[in-house]
Design a protein around this ligand. Structure first.
Ligand code: 8YV
Length: 305
């Protein structure tokens, strides 16, 4: 049987590349391939696929994303072209939640700066300043989906008082505060976990940041577009909020240089799902979706178009 032609957008680890090469005739975007026979595209959440590439593949049937986020893909265009989209939900929730907690704890207790204090010998001259207590505080979760729920479950172990916003109230014991401004005003730590789309663009704006206030800390492990980054930088520079821990940035991997001198930020290079175990599971789910498609089975994790 001839292998289906697929287009790969960005490089993969060997454990993903080897099985992909075994099952498909893989064309790499970096090699300026002929796109006329491409039936599926394999990409990542960050890289997505441009409209131009989708348009240039006349036989395209499926875009399989290695990632839970599909905001870098034009779903309207896919729908119009009859192209299915799959992502990899579920398998990365635990790692993303772990990192959100690590970032919140690291920010509130200034772990990176304290490490530098011990490492540099500054401790010999002065004790490290006292920091902010995390356990027992009020936490807000903007977007109580799969990852948000895993964060909340972990926060219960820290005796946090948990509130959340979501499109509708959920059968959970946490306080439902749908309005982002009211949620921010209510909490000490605001976790941004919502998926990114036109509705959520800049959902965390200057008003939300003002409501979070000078004792409030922001943690973003979702997408940069959910926050008005310029407003956030101003809020951080003027101590309008106490601090921010960020895993995602506008224009990443380049980040706005205004972040670099700030002492009240903790910065991560988009690490939410970045453990080997989770990346292997994501790759497997992506290939399972491709295999389901090419064997005429229902897709395992299709995105609703
Ligand atoms: C990675 C992500 O950027 O799942 C997502 O949406 O942002 C991340 O897990 C990437 O997609 C890994 O391939």
């Amino acid at each position: 049987m001839t292998k289906p032609d697929i287009l790969q957008i960005s490089p993969y680890a060997e454990w993903d590349q080897t099985p992909l090469d075994a099952a498909y005739h893989v064309h790499h975007l970096s090699a300026a391939p002929d796109l006329s026979e491409i039936r599926a595209i394999a990409t990542t959440g960050g890289a997505g696929v441009s409209d131009a590439i989708i348009q240039a593949c006349p036989k395209l049937e499926l875009i399989a994303v290695n990632g839970v986020g599909y905001d870098a893909i034009n779903l309207g265009l896919c729908k119009a072209r009859g192209v299915s989209v799959t992502n990899t939900p579920g398998v990365l929730d635990g790692d993303c939640a772990d990192l959100a907690l690590a970032m919140a704890l690291g920010l509130s207790r200034a772990v990176p700066a304290a490490d530098a204090h011990a490492r540099s010998g500054a401790w010999e001259a002065a004790n490290f300043p006292l920091q902010r207590r995390f356990f027992g505080a009020k936490a807000g979760i903007l977007g109580l989906g799969r990852i948000g729920s895993e964060i909340a479950r972990r926060l219960e172990g820290f005796d946090m008082q948990i509130a959340y916003s979501a499109r509708s109230e959920k059968p959970v014991a946490y306080t439902y505060i749908p309005d982002p401004v009211a949620l921010a005003a209510h909490v000490d730590f605001l976790f941004v976990v919502t998926l990114a789309n036109a509705e959520t663009r800049h959902i965390v704006n200057a008003e939300v940041l003002r409501a979070l206030g000078p004792n409030g800390m922001l943690i973003n492990i979702s997408r940069a577009a959910n926050i008005d980054e310029d407003a956030l930088l101003t809020a951080l520079e003027t101590n309008q909020i106490a601090g921010a821990a960020l895993d995602v940035f506008e224009g990443e991997p380049a980040i706005n240089p205004r972040f670099k001198p700030l002492a009240n930020v903790l910065l991560q290079p988009h690490q939410g799902s970045a453990t080997e175990a989770t990346r292997r599971a994501m790759g497997q789910l992506q290939r399972d979706n491709l295999a389901a498609h090419f064997s005429g089975q229902p897709l395992l994790t299709a995105v609703t178009l």
